[in-house]
Design a protein around this ligand. Sequence first.
Ligand code: FES
Ligand code: FES
Length: 157
Amino acid sequence: MNLQVNGQTMALDPAKVPAEMPLLWVLRDELSLTGTKFGCGVAACGACTVQVDGQALRACVTPVGAVAGKSVRTIEALGAPDRPHALQTAWIQHQVPQCGYCQSGMLMAADALLRKTPNPTDAQIDAAITNLCRCGTYPRVRAAIHTAAKALRGGAA
Ligand code: FES
Ligand code: FES
């Protein structure tokens, strides 16, 4: 099976990777893309959020066979240390993370939201970002999304 991940085609050995294996397992254990986290394993927390064809999706409950031929994007492709994404810049500006465990999923959900909705309201942010944060960073996540949205629309951050 071939998987498109972060713009690259990855060949997966079917002997090691059955189609029903969760995408999260494949990303972390087979492709060493460990930025995507395991939290609950039952689609409740969002720590495992990646994008598939631009949509935020919980990788812990998604069989890898279901995304063959689709474009998977993980946190590793959201900017780079010398070229951070506007969301990452805003996350730093607002000092969003506490323990950080939920944050890669938060960022991938936020990016999926801003691609569809460049100027979201608080209600749209709350509806789209269903990720859980046990450190309670929700107000800062929301503020940082507004800052990044403004920057991406061409306004000053
Ligand atoms: S680990 Fe996937 S939703 Fe919690
Ligand atoms: S920053 Fe700790 S769980 Fe969200």
